[in-house]
Design a protein around this ligand. Structure first.
Ligand SMILES: Cc1cc2nc3c(=O)[nH]c(=O)nc-3n(C[C@H](O)[C@H](O)[C@H](O)COP(=O)(O)OP(=O)(O)OC[C@H]3O[C@@H](n4cnc5c(N)ncnc54)[C@H](O)[C@@H]3O)c2cc1C
Length: 445
C-alpha cells in the first residue's frame, strides 16, 4: 500500500486559500467582536455576511455536510485539514458554516427531522441565519444521561415539559432548543427518553442565568434553563418516541472528532508561541532555546502534537472508510482522551516559558488552559471515553491459560523446540535455543 501524507493538489489550493483568508480576514474579528453565535448582532453580521458569501462561492461552506445537504462532501480527512486552519480563530467556524453546536444539531435534524421540521429549523440553520442550542446536561447529572429527570408528559395533542437543564450553550441567542427528556420512566432510560424541538420564546422556558466558564468573556453563554410546563405540539418530537440515545449518538460522534480537528490548531498556536519565545528571550547563557531543558520541552511538545495529529487523521480516514461513526467508536474515544491532555501539556509549557507574561491577561494561555479542561468535559468526560476505549480493546482478548502468564512456558518452549528441532542438536532439551548444530552452523556461515 502506498502511503501519501499529501492531499491532492486541487484541495491543497483550497487549503492555501483558506489559510490566507482566515489570517487576513477572520482572525482580526477575534480582537473586535464578541459572540460568534449571536446572529442578532447587526454590526457583526454586516461584517461576517460578505465573508460567509466568499466562503460559499469558494464551496467551502459547511464542509462537514454531504452534497445532499448543501455541503461539498469532502469527507473527514479533508475536513480535518481544513479544520486545522479554522481552529485558529473563534470566528472561523461561523464564517465557514460549521460552528458547534449548530453543526451537530444540523446533523441530527437532517437524520431524524420530518420534512416540516427540516424546513422550519434545518434550512435557516444551514444557511447560517439562526443559531441553535443542545439542551441535555442537568444540574444533578451530566456524564450519565440515564439519571436525567426532565420529564415530558403527553397531554392531548401536546407534550408538556418540566425540569432543569444547564450548560446549554448558546441558550441566550438560540432560535430553538433540542432537549432530551424522560417520556416513559417505567422502562429502561435507553427506551424511555426522547428528543424534542422547543422554539425559543415558548412560554415556560426560562433562562435562569448564564453559567460562566473561566473568566467569562469568550466562554460566557451557557444557559441554566428551567422548563416549567413548556408545551410543544406532538410533531415537535425529534426522531422516535424513546429514541433519544440513538439521536444523541448521531450527533456526538461527529462533534468529538471535529472538536479535536480544531483543537489541533490551538495546540500548534501554543507550540509556535513557545518556539518564538525560545528564540527571542535572552538569558546570560544565550537564548532560552539554547538551554537543554527548554529544548526538551520543545521536543516533547512537537512529538505529542504530531502524534495527536496522526491519531486524528487516522480516525478521520477510518470514518471515511466505514461511513459509520459507530464502527470507529473506540478510535473517536481515543482522540477524545488524547485531545485535552496534549492541549493542556503543550499550553502549560508555553505558558511557563513566557514567565510572568505567560500568566498575564495579555497572553491567551490562561484561557487556553481552561479550554483544554473544557475539552476534557464536553461530550463526556475523559474517564468515560477511557472506559469505552479499554472495554472495546479488551473484547478482542481471551484469558491466558493456566493460573499465571508463565504457567505454560515450559510446554510452549518444548513445542517451539520440536517445531524447529532440525536446527538444533538431536538432543532436545538443549538450554540454548539459539545454538546451531554442526551442519546448520556450517550452512549459516
Ligand atoms: C463549556 C461547556 C459547554 C457545554 N455545553 C453543553 C451543551 O451545549 N449542552 C449540554 O447538554 N451540555 C453541555 N456541557 C456539559 C457537558 O456535556 C458536561 O459537563 C459533561 O457531560 C460532564 O457532566 P458533568 O459536568 O455533570 O460532570 P459529572 O457527570 O458530575 O462528572 C464529573 C467528573 O466525575 C468523573 N466521572 C463521571 N463519570 C465517571 C465515570 N463513569 N467513570 C469515571 N469517572 C467519572 C469525571 O472525572 C468527571 O469529570 C458543556 C460543558 C461545558 C464545560
Amino acid at each position: 500500500m502506498a502511503w501519501d501524507f499529501e492531499t491532492d493538489p486541487a484541495f491543497q489550493r483550497e487549503l492555501d486559500w483558506a489559510d490566507e483568508f482566515v489570517r487576513e480576514h477572520v482572525e482580526p474579528l477575534d480582537l473586535l467582536l464578541d459572540d460568534p453565535y449571536d446572529k442578532s448582532d447587526e454590526r457583526a453580521m454586516a461584517i461576517v455576511g460578505p465573508l460567509q458569501q466568499q466562503v460559499k462561492e469558494r464551496r467551502l461552506w459547511a464542509c462537514h455536510l454531504g452534497p445532499e445537504l448543501g455541503g461539498p462532501g469532502y469527507g473527514q480527512v479533508k475536513l480535518a485539514l481544513l479544520n486545522e486552519i479554522l481552529g485558529r480563530s473563534r470566528w472561523a467556524p461561523t464564517v465557514f458554516g460549521c460552528q458547534a453546536p449548530d453543526s451537530g444539531n444540523a446533523e441530527i435534524l437532517a437524520h431524524y427531522g420530518t420534512p416540516e421540521q427540516r424546513e422550519r429549523y434545518l434550512t435557516p440553520l444551514l444557511e447560517g441565519k439562526i443559531s441553535s442550542c443542545y439542551s441535555m446536561t442537568e444540574p444533578h447529572a451530566g456524564s450519565d444521561p440515564t439519571l436525567f429527570r426532565t420529564r415530558a408528559v403527553r397531554d392531548g395533542g401536546d407534550w408538556v415539559i418540566n425540569g432543569e437543564k444547564w450548560f446549554s450553550s448558546n441558550a441566550a441567542v438560540a432560535s430553538f432548543f433540542i432537549v432530551m427528556v424522560v417520556t416513559d420512566p417505567e422502562v429502561s432510560p435507553y427506551e424511555g427518553m426522547s428528543m424534542f424541538l422547543v422554539p425559543a420564546g415558548t412560554p415556560g422556558l426560562e433562562i435562569i442565568r448564564d453559567v460562566h466558564v473561566g473568566s467569562g468573556g469568550a466562554h460566557s453563554s451557557h444557559g441554566y434553563l428551567r422548563y416549567r410546563d413548556v408545551r410543544v405540539p406532538a410533531d415537535h418530537l425529534l426522531g422516535a418516541e424513546g429514541g433519544a440515545f440513538g439521536v444523541a449518538q448521531t450527533r456526538l460522534g461527529g462533534g468529538r472528532i471535529h472538536h479535536a480537528m480544531r483543537t489541533l490548531a490551538q495546540v500548534r498556536r501554543a507550540f509556535d508561541m513557545m518556539c518564538e519565545r525560545a528564540v527571542s528571550r535572552q538569558t546570560r547563557h544565550g537564548t532560552l532555546g539554547s538551554l537543554q531543558m527548554t529544548q526538551e520541552r520543545i521536543a516533547d511538545s512537537w512529538i505529542e502534537m504530531e502524534q495527536f495529529r496522526l491519531l486524528v487523521l487516522r480516525t478521520a480516514w477510518l470514518i471515511d472508510k466505514h461511513r459509520d461513526y459507530r464502527k470507529v467508536r473506540k478510535d473517536i474515544a481515543a482522540v477524545k482522551v488524547a485531545m485535552p491532555k496534549v492541549f493542556h501539556d503543550v499550553t502549560l509549557r508555553a505558558m511557563h516559558l513566557h514567565g510572568a507574561l505567560g500568566v498575564s491577561g495579555e497572553m491567551p494561555f490562561a484561557d487556553m488552559l481552561i479550554d483544554s479542561e473544557v475539552m476534557a468535559l464536553v461530550d463526556g468526560p475523559t474517564e468515560v471515553h477511557q472506559i469505552t476505549l479499554a472495554k472495546d480493546l479488551l473484547k478482542t482478548y481471551t484469558p491466558a491459560p493456566g493460573d499465571f502468564p508463565t504457567t505454560h512456558l515450559p510446554a510452549l518452549r518444548e513445542q517451539a523446540r520440536r517445531r524447529y528441532a532440525h536446527y538444533f542438536d538431536s538432543t532436545i532439551g538443549n538450554d540454548d535455543p539459539g545454538a546451531l548444530t554442526g551442519s546448520r552452523k556450517a550452512e549459516a556461515q
